[in-house]
Design a protein around this ligand. Structure first.
Ligand SMILES: [Zn+2]
Length: 457
């Protein structure tokens, strides 16, 4: 399946463009674990690089990001006609400056009753193992919005710490535990950047490199790669006031082109300060001022912020913002879970929310051709169907990132129509979808241009 060109003669090759760029030295067909090269942003960040494997070698082919992400006819017809109904005005909330997601202040934050989505940001940290112990004990699934900077350590992805029993713990093993124990991993940038204050190029790098580093860490830890289909902007910036810089459509379009934008509806307030004696590490703690709350005061405050949140009075669903980097949160988590259980709540990952809200896996929606197209019914977002209505048969649809790859690689003219639904290999963790003339694979552990790989059939 992976031999020479054979019958595979796509327009990309016929055009002769393939020969212009020198073949890279990297292999595209599988994970590259060692060593981890320094990650440099591409020279031209308006380009997405696509690779056609040639007997294990790479021939890069470049297409513009704009061409790959949003077909001109779709965006222009959307602006001009907008004939689709707008139920409850909800879709007006999604736009170039509000990518498809949930938790926007004042936004259409529909949530299922009685469900609490616990989310933990900024980890992994020295406390994460204890968070996982508690969640396991209580049989609660949660979502972890990971920043990769901790994973790195001084060199590569070998960050470690010494735990209370004197054991050296590798941060990446905590990620594997999160996956193994049924939690969901999500993207929170590499460096916890305020995306309202960085360039479009920096944001692209923060999002893509975080997914790459998380996946290389997972592979090194012995886990399979995960497509990070959910993104949370650090600080909730620029949508929450107070910290946000000017709202520029450009950076937020980069989120829309990669993931669903998941904010929150209830904050535990755990990251708004550090209490006296609160810490993120056994060996160092932030300096606190004399007016900092006592540890006990903050424990009580964080618990009340969640367990007595207004939503709990009516049993409304909620997405709860917490941090597995705060010792107060670690120590109050059991009481928070018990308090919510007493009020009738159950606990799910954000993937549950996405499928409840949009009736599709997040992979189908991240990104799609029309994620911020207010004219397209939301059930159609992110998918193109062949011979069936959208949303009825995944084996006849191309969705999400697969849609981007499909069009970048020539669409139906080159690849034919889909003949199977996307599937995740139980051996490699790689997502793939078969078309009449080729198979497209999504390799989240590889950098562009090796993240999309096409194989002739
Ligand atoms: Zn954060």
């Amino acid at each position: 399946m992976h031999g020479g060109r054979g019958g595979w003669a796509p327009g990309l090759v016929r055009s002769g463009l393939l020969g212009i760029l020198a073949c890279g030295s990297w292999a595209c067909s599988g994970p590259k674990l060692n060593p981890v090269p320094a990650v440099e942003p591409p020279e031209n960040l308006d380009e997405i690089e696509i690779v056609l494997p040639e007997g294990g070698r790479c021939g890069p082919q470049r297409v513009t990001a704009e061409a790959a992400l949003v077909p001109a006819e779709a965006s222009s017809s959307a602006e001009q006609e907008c004939s689709s109904p707008r139920p409850n005005g909800i879709d007006e909330w999604y736009s170039p400056i509000r990518p498809l997601g949930v938790g926007y202040p004042g936004g259409p934050n529909l949530l299922p009753r009685g469900v609490a989505y616990l989310t933990f940001d900024d980890g992994p940290s020295e406390w994460t193992a204890r968070f996982l112990d508690i969640l396991k004990e209580k049989n609660v699934k949660a979502t972890f919005f990971v920043t990769a900077k901790q994973l790195k350590g001084p060199v590569g992805l070998d960050g470690t710490f010494i735990d209370a029993s004197g054991t050296t713990v590798v941060y990446r093993d905590l990620l594997k535990r999160e996956v193994d124990e049924g939690h969901q991993l999500a993207n929170h940038t590499v460096n916890h950047a305020d995306i309202g204050r960085i360039t479009r190029e920096q944001l692209t790098s923060e999002i893509e490199q975080n997914e790459l580093l998380v996946n290389r860490a997972l592979l090194r830890a012995g886990a399979l790669p995960e497509v990070l289909t959910l993104f949370r902007p650090p600080y909730g910036s620029p949508w929450f006031t107070g910290i946000a810089g000017p709202i520029d459509p450009s950076p937020t379009e980069r989120i829309a082109s990669h993931a669903l934008n998941i904010m929150w509806t209830v904050t535990s307030t755990d990251a708004s300060d550090w209490a006296q004696d609160e810490a993120y590490s056994r060996f160092s703690r932030p300096a606190t001022t004399a007016d900092a709350p006592t540890y006990e005061e903050k424990l009580e405050r964080v618990k009340e912020a969640v367990v007595d949140a207004p939503a709990t009075a009516t049993g409304d669903g909620m997405i709860v913002l917490m941090h597995d980097t705060h010792s107060v949160t670690r120590d109050v988590l059991p009481e928070i879970i018990d308090g919510l259980v007493a009020k009738g709540y159950t606990f799910e990952t954000i993937e549950h929310y996405v499928q409840w809200r949009w009736q599709r896996p997040s992979l189908d929606l991240a990104p799609g051709p029309a994620l911020y197209n207010s004219c397209v019914p939301d059930k159609d977002w992110g998918c193109e169907a062949f011979d069936v209505p959208v949303g009825t048969d995944r084996s006849a649809e191309v969705c999400g990132r697969m849609w981007v790859a499909f069009h970048a690689l020539g669409g139906v003219d080159e690849l034919g129509v889909p003949v199977a639904a996307p599937e995740r290999s139980p051996d490699t963790g790689i997502w793939s979808q078969s078309f009449e003339r080729a198979v497209i694979e999504l390799h989240p552990e590889n950098p562009a241009p090796c993240n999309f790989v096409v194989r002739p059939r």
